[in-house]
Write a protein that binds this ligand. Structure first.
Ligand code: SF4
Ligand code: SF4
Length: 176
Protein backbone atom coordinates (compact mmCIF):
# COMPACT_ATOMS: atom_id res chain seq x y z
CA UNK A 1 0.00 0.00 0.00
CA UNK A 2 2.75 2.39 0.92
CA UNK A 3 4.56 1.79 -2.41
CA UNK A 4 1.41 2.73 -4.35
CA UNK A 5 0.85 5.77 -2.17
CA UNK A 6 4.48 6.91 -2.50
CA UNK A 7 4.51 6.39 -6.27
CA UNK A 8 1.28 8.37 -6.57
CA UNK A 9 2.85 11.19 -4.53
CA UNK A 10 5.96 11.28 -6.71
CA UNK A 11 3.94 11.26 -9.94
CA UNK A 12 1.72 14.05 -8.67
CA UNK A 13 4.79 16.12 -7.79
CA UNK A 14 6.31 15.51 -11.24
CA UNK A 15 3.02 16.38 -12.91
CA UNK A 16 2.92 19.68 -11.04
CA UNK A 17 6.50 20.42 -12.11
CA UNK A 18 5.79 19.59 -15.78
CA UNK A 19 2.65 21.66 -15.78
CA UNK A 20 4.58 24.78 -14.76
CA UNK A 21 7.87 24.23 -16.57
CA UNK A 22 6.70 25.79 -19.86
CA UNK A 23 4.85 28.74 -18.34
CA UNK A 24 6.26 32.27 -18.56
CA UNK A 25 8.24 33.22 -15.43
CA UNK A 26 6.47 35.47 -12.94
CA UNK A 27 9.61 37.34 -11.88
CA UNK A 28 9.36 41.09 -12.40
CA UNK A 29 12.65 42.87 -13.07
CA UNK A 30 12.25 45.64 -10.51
CA UNK A 31 13.14 48.53 -10.63
CA UNK A 32 13.22 48.50 -14.46
CA UNK A 33 9.66 47.16 -14.45
CA UNK A 34 7.35 48.43 -11.75
CA UNK A 35 4.36 46.55 -10.54
CA UNK A 36 1.22 48.66 -10.14
CA UNK A 37 -0.23 47.88 -6.71
CA UNK A 38 -3.94 47.59 -6.02
CA UNK A 39 -5.62 50.73 -4.66
CA UNK A 40 -5.97 49.12 -1.21
CA UNK A 41 -2.26 48.27 -1.04
CA UNK A 42 -0.88 49.47 2.30
CA UNK A 43 2.22 51.64 2.00
CA UNK A 44 2.99 55.30 2.71
CA UNK A 45 0.55 56.96 5.11
CA UNK A 46 -0.95 60.41 4.53
CA UNK A 47 -3.17 62.81 6.45
CA UNK A 48 -6.09 63.98 4.34
CA UNK A 49 -8.41 66.98 4.31
CA UNK A 50 -12.16 67.51 4.29
CA UNK A 51 -13.81 68.51 0.98
CA UNK A 52 -13.84 72.11 2.26
CA UNK A 53 -10.07 72.00 2.72
CA UNK A 54 -9.98 71.74 6.52
CA UNK A 55 -7.74 69.26 8.29
CA UNK A 56 -9.62 66.08 9.09
CA UNK A 57 -7.43 65.05 12.01
CA UNK A 58 -8.98 65.98 15.37
CA UNK A 59 -5.98 64.75 17.37
CA UNK A 60 -8.01 62.08 19.18
CA UNK A 61 -4.97 59.77 19.61
CA UNK A 62 -6.93 56.70 18.46
CA UNK A 63 -4.46 55.90 15.68
CA UNK A 64 -1.60 56.25 18.13
CA UNK A 65 -3.32 53.94 20.61
CA UNK A 66 -4.07 51.36 17.91
CA UNK A 67 -0.54 51.31 16.51
CA UNK A 68 1.14 48.08 17.63
CA UNK A 69 4.66 49.50 17.31
CA UNK A 70 4.07 52.97 18.82
CA UNK A 71 5.31 54.88 15.81
CA UNK A 72 2.66 57.63 15.81
CA UNK A 73 2.89 60.63 18.10
CA UNK A 74 1.15 64.01 18.15
CA UNK A 75 -0.03 66.86 20.29
CA UNK A 76 -3.64 68.01 20.48
CA UNK A 77 -4.92 71.58 20.60
CA UNK A 78 -8.16 73.44 20.11
CA UNK A 79 -8.92 76.30 17.79
CA UNK A 80 -10.94 79.32 18.86
CA UNK A 81 -14.06 77.89 17.22
CA UNK A 82 -13.74 74.70 19.28
CA UNK A 83 -12.39 72.51 16.51
CA UNK A 84 -9.54 70.21 17.59
CA UNK A 85 -6.39 69.74 15.58
CA UNK A 86 -2.83 68.45 15.91
CA UNK A 87 -0.18 71.22 15.99
CA UNK A 88 2.37 68.53 15.28
CA UNK A 89 1.93 64.96 14.09
CA UNK A 90 4.75 62.51 13.57
CA UNK A 91 5.07 59.02 12.09
CA UNK A 92 8.27 57.05 12.27
CA UNK A 93 8.20 54.98 9.07
CA UNK A 94 11.34 53.17 10.14
CA UNK A 95 9.18 51.38 12.71
CA UNK A 96 5.88 51.20 10.82
CA UNK A 97 4.84 47.69 9.76
CA UNK A 98 2.07 48.94 7.43
CA UNK A 99 -0.60 46.97 9.19
CA UNK A 100 -3.29 49.61 8.54
CA UNK A 101 -4.66 49.57 12.09
CA UNK A 102 -4.25 53.33 12.40
CA UNK A 103 -6.44 53.92 9.35
CA UNK A 104 -9.02 51.45 10.66
CA UNK A 105 -9.16 53.24 14.01
CA UNK A 106 -9.44 56.78 12.66
CA UNK A 107 -12.99 58.12 13.16
CA UNK A 108 -12.55 61.03 10.73
CA UNK A 109 -10.85 59.17 7.83
CA UNK A 110 -7.95 61.56 8.25
CA UNK A 111 -5.17 58.99 8.24
CA UNK A 112 -5.09 56.82 5.13
CA UNK A 113 -2.76 54.30 3.54
CA UNK A 114 -1.61 54.90 -0.03
CA UNK A 115 -0.06 52.45 -2.54
CA UNK A 116 3.14 54.52 -2.75
CA UNK A 117 5.84 52.06 -1.70
CA UNK A 118 8.99 53.63 -3.13
CA UNK A 119 10.33 55.72 -0.30
CA UNK A 120 12.97 53.53 1.30
CA UNK A 121 16.29 55.12 2.18
CA UNK A 122 19.52 54.33 3.98
CA UNK A 123 19.16 57.45 6.13
CA UNK A 124 16.90 56.16 8.87
CA UNK A 125 16.27 59.60 10.35
CA UNK A 126 14.71 60.79 7.10
CA UNK A 127 11.97 58.20 7.63
CA UNK A 128 10.58 60.25 10.50
CA UNK A 129 7.80 62.20 8.78
CA UNK A 130 6.38 65.36 10.31
CA UNK A 131 2.92 66.80 9.76
CA UNK A 132 4.06 68.92 6.81
CA UNK A 133 5.33 65.74 5.11
CA UNK A 134 2.13 63.82 5.84
CA UNK A 135 -0.65 66.34 5.22
CA UNK A 136 -1.87 66.33 1.61
CA UNK A 137 -4.20 68.80 -0.11
CA UNK A 138 -6.79 66.21 -1.14
CA UNK A 139 -9.43 64.01 0.48
CA UNK A 140 -7.82 60.68 -0.40
CA UNK A 141 -10.12 57.69 -0.71
CA UNK A 142 -13.19 59.37 0.79
CA UNK A 143 -13.74 62.48 -1.34
CA UNK A 144 -17.22 63.33 0.01
CA UNK A 145 -16.77 62.61 3.70
CA UNK A 146 -16.74 65.59 6.03
CA UNK A 147 -16.47 64.61 9.69
CA UNK A 148 -17.72 67.92 11.04
CA UNK A 149 -20.90 67.67 8.99
CA UNK A 150 -21.75 64.38 10.68
CA UNK A 151 -20.28 64.91 14.12
CA UNK A 152 -18.73 67.74 16.08
CA UNK A 153 -22.30 68.92 16.55
CA UNK A 154 -22.43 72.30 18.23
CA UNK A 155 -18.71 72.87 17.57
CA UNK A 156 -18.40 74.30 14.07
CA UNK A 157 -22.08 74.59 13.26
CA UNK A 158 -25.19 75.30 15.33
CA UNK A 159 -27.09 72.33 16.69
CA UNK A 160 -29.58 70.94 14.20
CA UNK A 161 -27.69 72.06 11.12
CA UNK A 162 -25.52 69.00 10.59
CA UNK A 163 -26.01 66.51 7.78
CA UNK A 164 -29.11 64.36 8.51
CA UNK A 165 -29.32 65.95 11.96
CA UNK A 166 -32.71 66.71 13.42
CA UNK A 167 -33.28 69.97 15.29
CA UNK A 168 -32.73 69.68 19.03
CA UNK A 169 -35.76 68.66 21.04
CA UNK A 170 -37.26 71.22 23.38
CA UNK A 171 -37.53 69.22 26.61
CA UNK A 172 -40.25 71.52 27.91
CA UNK A 173 -42.52 70.33 25.10
CA UNK A 174 -42.48 66.83 26.68
CA UNK A 175 -43.67 68.05 30.06
CA UNK A 176 -47.33 67.58 30.92
S1 SF4 B 1 0.27 51.08 9.62
FE1 SF4 B 1 0.33 49.97 11.58
S2 SF4 B 1 2.43 50.18 12.29
FE2 SF4 B 1 2.16 51.73 10.69
S3 SF4 B 1 1.57 53.59 11.78
FE3 SF4 B 1 -0.34 52.53 11.22
S4 SF4 B 1 -0.86 51.25 13.01
FE4 SF4 B 1 1.31 51.87 13.22
S1 SF4 C 1 -5.42 60.69 12.38
FE1 SF4 C 1 -7.50 60.07 12.95
S2 SF4 C 1 -7.25 58.62 14.67
FE2 SF4 C 1 -5.30 59.75 14.43
S3 SF4 C 1 -5.48 61.46 15.87
FE3 SF4 C 1 -6.16 62.20 13.85
S4 SF4 C 1 -8.39 61.90 13.89
FE4 SF4 C 1 -7.56 60.66 15.57
Amino acid sequence: MSIIRDTKGILLGMWTTWKRIFRRPLTIQYPEIKRVPYPRFRARIVLTRDPDGGERCVACYLCSAACPVDCISMQSAEREDGRRYAPWFRINFARCIYCGLCAEACPTMAIQMTPEYEFCTRNIMSLVYEKEDLLIDGCGKSPDYNFYRHAGIGVTQPRGEGLNEEPPLDMRSLQP
